[in-house]
Design a protein around this ligand. Sequence first.
Ligand code: NAD
Length: 356
Amino acid sequence: MSKNYKIGVIKGDGIGPEIVDEAIKVLNKVGQVFDIDFEYKRMLLGGEAIDTTGVPLPIETKEGVMLCDAILFGAIGGPKWDMLERHLRPESGLLALRAHMGTFANLRPAMVYDELVDASTLKPDVLQGVDIMVVRELTGGIYFGQPREQLEDRAYNTMIYTKEEVKRIAHVAFEIAMKRDKRVCSVDKANVLEVSQFWRDIVIDIAKGYPEVELSHMYVDNAAMQLIRNPKQFDVILTGNIFGDILSDAASMLSGSIGLLPSASIGSQIGIYEPIHGSAPDIAGQNIANPLATISSASMMLRYSLGESKAADMIDEAVKMSLKEGYRTGDIGAYSAKEICSCSQMGDVVASYIKD
Ligand code: NAD
């Protein structure tokens, strides 16, 4: 009997619809091979939701996501909505959705494909073999702390972490490390921030439950430098919301293009899977975006939310094969390309490598 999963699909704005369509193409192909039926439920978020309903996170989406097994998401935002008040902008819809769903852990792999080692601005010998997982706390810290205010002569935000918030994200990082190289580097700013010393003390405590995992600590400024100097030293990086936001973008550039890297936001029953890039308004509607980050996000969805790791492996392998055979979208077109593909052609190529 075939398995059936309900996937909430939020295509979003800009290139969102184009890249999500390619991920669905690949999911359908893998579904044929593994006898899985995907039932897609379209939902609105961000700019498209503002235009249709007047708010960035409509109630139908808030309720709808809770009835799904996982959410596949493209990207939101664009200049059209930038003049709106902050709480009405597309991005506030995404922050609110993450908080609503309780997806407190953001997983961002940063790996370097051998075929694209020249695509990065760093030297190939620094990059070859890089395979990092950044585990970023997503629903706490300075982005959410109260009080926060902008006054005429000053503005302030508050960085808060509770014990429970640190414990649960630390557990996620150690569990992931157990399935990888068993090394966690916790990144903080404990030399100047009380909240970071608090974070560090709790991480040390949680580490006692994972004696096989080697724990180290690094200040965030040094971590930024080390990521560029010698990225191979890292296995799992565990960090808070704002530090993770910045470090994971820096780590993403190791791979050469923002269009390659996926992410997962997990922690509650239902995960959100999305590329790390934004809605790229500058190339929207041209069928030239790189869909590989979104296709790899669909793979993470199979692995982390649906427990279909063999299907996920098949997608990862198909992405690698596509690159190995020289298929490139424009953003990585300068690097040993055999053929420059459109967004939809790249989806076709990846799907063609998915077979029994
Ligand atoms: P961006 O990631 O959208 O684009 C940065 C650059 O990378 C652009 O030149 C773009 O063309 C290119 N790029 C991005 N994805 C690509 C892909 N798949 N293939 C090829 N090239 C790609 O960042 P930005 O320009 O700073 O932001 C644009 C909009 O996206 C803003 O409104 C921003 O708020 C929003 N945004 C949304 C998310 C999200 O939905 N999670 C994340 C970041 C930014």
